[in-house]
Design a protein around this ligand. Structure first.
Ligand code: SF4
Ligand code: SF4
Length: 184
C-alpha cells in the first residue's frame, strides 16, 4: 500500500480526488494560516505522492489548519483538503511523529481542550489557558495575566468551569463513538 493509498483510505471521499490535485496552489493562496505552516497544503500533497511519509507526518501544517474549509470551497479539483488535514493529524498522533514537528505543543492544547469538553461539556478558557501556558509558555502566561484579569473583571471569563445540563447524554455519545472506533 502506498502512502497515498493509506491517507485516502482513512479520509472519506478523498479517493480519487487527492490524486487529481493539479498543484495549482489555490489552497495555499486561500489559507489564513499559511504564514505559520511549514508546507502549503499543495506541497504537502506533492510530498504524499512522493512517499515522503516522515516529512509529511512531522509537518506542522495540519496542526495550523483551523478547519475554515476555504481551500475546499476554492479547489478546482474538489480535493477534500480539510478532511485530509484531520487524517494527517490522527496519523501523526498514532505514530508519535507530531512530537518532532515545529507544532509539538499544539496537540497538548487540543488535548486540554478535549479534557474540558469531555468532563464539562464545554471549554473553560481560564483553565485551558492556565494549564497550557504554565506547561509550555510560563513567561507568556505572565504577560497575558493582565488581559485575563480584565476579562474576569468584565464578567467575560468564568473563574470556575461550569458543567452543561444532561452531561450524561454527551458521555453516552462519546462512549458510542469510541465503541465505533473513534479516537479519544
Ligand atoms: S487547490 Fe486543489 S488542485 Fe489546487 S493545489 Fe490545492 S488541492 Fe491541488
Ligand atoms: S481548511 Fe485548513 S488548510 Fe484549508 S484554508 Fe482553512 S486553515 Fe487552510
Amino acid at each position: 500500500m502506498t502512502f497515498m493509498d493509506e491517507v485516502t483510505a482513512h479520509t472519506p471521499g478523498a479517493h480519487p480526488r487527492l490524486e487529481m490535485c493539479i498543484q495549482c496552489g489555490t489552497c495555499g493562496g486561500s489559507c489564513p494560516s499559511g504564514a505559520d505552516m511549514d508546507h502549503t497544503p499543495r506541497q504537502l500533497f506533492a510530498m504524499i505522492k512522493a512517499e515522503m511519509r516522515d516529512e509529511v507526518l512531522r509537518s506542522n501544517t495540519p496542526w495550523y489548519c483551523v478547519s475554515c474549509y476555504f481551500c475546499m470551497v476554492r479547489c478546482p479539483q474538489e480535493v477534500h483538503i480539510t478532511d485530509l488535514m484531520y487524517t494527517l493529524k490522527r496519523m501523526a498522533i498514532k505514530e508519535g511523529m507530531y512530537r518532532e514537528s515545529t507544532a509539538a505543543d499544539i496537540p497538548d492544547f487540543s488535548e486540554t481542550f478535549i479534557d474540558y469538553v469531555q468532563s464539562h461539556g464545554r471549554s473553560f478558557e481560564l483553565g485551558l489557558a492556565t494549564r497550557y501556558h504554565l506547561r509550555h509558555h510560563p513567561l507568556g502566561m505572565v504577560k497575558k495575566a493582565g488581559l485575563g484579569l480584565e476579562l474576569i473583571r468584565r464578567g467575560r471569563m468564568d473563574l470556575t468551569p461550569k458543567r452543561i445540563k444532561d452531561i450524561d447524554q454527551l458521555h453516552a455519545i462519546l462512549a458510542k463513538a469510541r465503541e465505533l472506533g473513534g479516537e479519544p
